[in-house]
Design a protein around this ligand. Structure first.
Ligand code: HEM
Ligand code: HEM
Length: 398
């Protein structure tokens, strides 16, 4: 009988964290259908496992495992190493095929936000696989790998138990935390903890943040609001953007959320005595939309919503102003991507400390504006109608 030393604590911790992580992920994968937040959690834990695997493989290269008991038969050691190699391959391939599945999604364009906090990009350059056939094959491979893992696990656990209770004795104890293992088995001195976890953190930072560094600003600031020609009313209002806002309210899965555009400009030619000649042109930087949830904020940038890379700017033109009993109305034409709708916009004007405050709003349906029509055309998740509330603080020139 050989009392071979135990694995080092770091190896043991990573072994069990990843082992339970993978099994949990399979359970999650099988049970997350129709539950959008579970999908996000599945992707978050999966990427975490990928990063832990980077740490684990780096650690393993720096810390050779304790030798197997020397009374193990050669074919048994070979089989054991082959299973370990298979596991290492799965630890890399399962999350990578998952990430590829998410990156080649052709119908749902839902971004990945790790734990609701960090935007995680799609794998670059795989757009050519974003079709039903290729995506289907990738998703199928991703799901079938679960059975490969179970097959390896059966061999692995069988081997571990045989060599725990068989004549070699104690192989399992090499991998059990000290609490369960025998303390008379020494652990080798660990090397390269910082290198291993530094590598994982490095990979994370590189993938999560490098695309942002290299992509530059997503779109130019919406500074130009169109030509200002042939207006009889001068565009003579100066907007105090710090005291002004464009907010939008929508519901998702029954919950109400309020978002806002932080970058927009308004070119206001408005005169209460010349309503016919008045017009207002607003230009909105679509990438500046934020919501209380990072996932929604990221989703809005995608092609099926604002499509910010192709359509960085949306515009609103207000004309046909008329007085009502308690304020004004105008026809507001919203143009976004390649669609436009005209809706009535009601507002009031009030003087506050020498400045004029306009408060107004309208509601728009997203279908005619081609928003969210790929993943939720039936408004099963996101409300069809979106409320827009605008507050503009401005002073007349001079
Ligand atoms: C770390 C290991 C992972 C394991 C063990 C795992 C396991 C699974 C399983 C068992 C399914 C269910 C497949 C089925 O319907 O039969 C699944 C689905 C899925 N996983 Fe993973 N996953 C992992 C990582 C990831 C990662 C990192 C991502 C994305 C970043 C991801 C994205 C997906 C997606 C999008 C689906 C749905 C596929 C479909 O449309 O059918 N997975 N996963
Ligand atoms: C999905 C689950 C699992 C995965 C992916 C996995 C993976 C691995 C890998 C890759 C190694 C080799 C470590 C190295 O030398 O670099 C290993 C070793 C080991 N695992 Fe697992 N394991 C899993 C579950 C289990 C379970 C459930 C047991 C307990 C019965 C177990 C017991 C062991 C033992 C005792 C060793 C050391 C064996 C030796 O020294 O040859 N593992 N495991």
């Amino acid at each position: 009988m050989t009392r071979s030393p135990r694995y080092a604590a770091v190896a043991i911790a990573l072994h069990w964290a990843i082992a339970f992580g993978l099994l949990f992920m399979i359970w999650l994968g099988w049970n997350m259908d129709g539950k959008e937040s579970w999908f996000q959690f599945h992707k978050s834990v999966g990427i975490t496992i990928l990063l832990l695997t980077v740490a684990r493989i780096t650690w393993r290269l720096l810390n050779p495992p304790p030798p197997l008991p020397n009374d193990m038969k050669p074919w048994e050691s070979k089989a054991s190493h082959a299973v370990h190699l298979g596991f290492y391959a799965l630890m890399v391939i399962m999350p990578l095929t998952g990430w590829l599945t998410a990156s080649t999604s052709y119908d749902f364009d839902i971004p990945t936000v790790l734990y609701g906090l960090v935007s995680w990009p799609d794998i670059p350059g795989v757009g050519f696989l974003s079709n039903e056939t290729a995506h289907g094959i990738i998703a199928n491979i991703h799901s079938k790998l679960a059975y490969v893992l179970f097959a390896l696990l059966a061999l692995h656990v069988g081997g571990a138990l045989k060599h725990e209770f068989g004549p070699e004795e104690g192989v399992l104890k090499r991998m059990l935390p000290g609490l369960f293992g025998k303390t008379d088995r020494p652990s080798p001195p660990p090397h390269g903890f910082l290198i291993a976890f530094g590598a994982a953190i490095g990979v994370f930072v590189l993938i999560a943040f490098a695309p942002k560094l290299f992509s530059g600003s997503p779109s130019p600031s919406a500074a130009t609001a169109g030509e200002v020609n042939e207006r009889s009313v001068a565009p003579d209002w100066t907007v105090d953007y710090g005291q002004s806002s464009i907010a939008f309210t929508f519901t998702h899965e029954g919950q109400t959320y309020e978002g806002a555009f932080s970058d927009w400009t308004a070119d206001i030619a408005f005169d209460e005595d010349q309503l016919d000649a008045s017009d207002v042109r607003v230009s909105v930087n679509t990438a500046s939309a934020t919501t209380p949830k990072k996932l929604y904020t990221d989703s809005l940038k995608s092609a099926e919503w604002f499509g910010v890379s192709a359509f960085p700017q949306a515009t609103v033109d207000l004309i046909n102003f008329a007085e009502t009993g308690d304020g004004y109305t105008a026809d507001a034409t919203l143009s976004i991507k390649e669609s436009a709708v005209t809706v009535p916009f009601a507002f009031t004007l009030e003087d506050e400390d020498g400045v004029t405050v306009m408060t107004g709003g309208t509601s728009v349906d997203r279908t005619p504006l081609d928003l969210g029509q790929t993943s939720d055309a039936g408004a099963d998740y996101v409300s069809e109608t979106v409320r827009i509330d605008v507050r503009v603080t401005a002073s007349p020139a001079g």
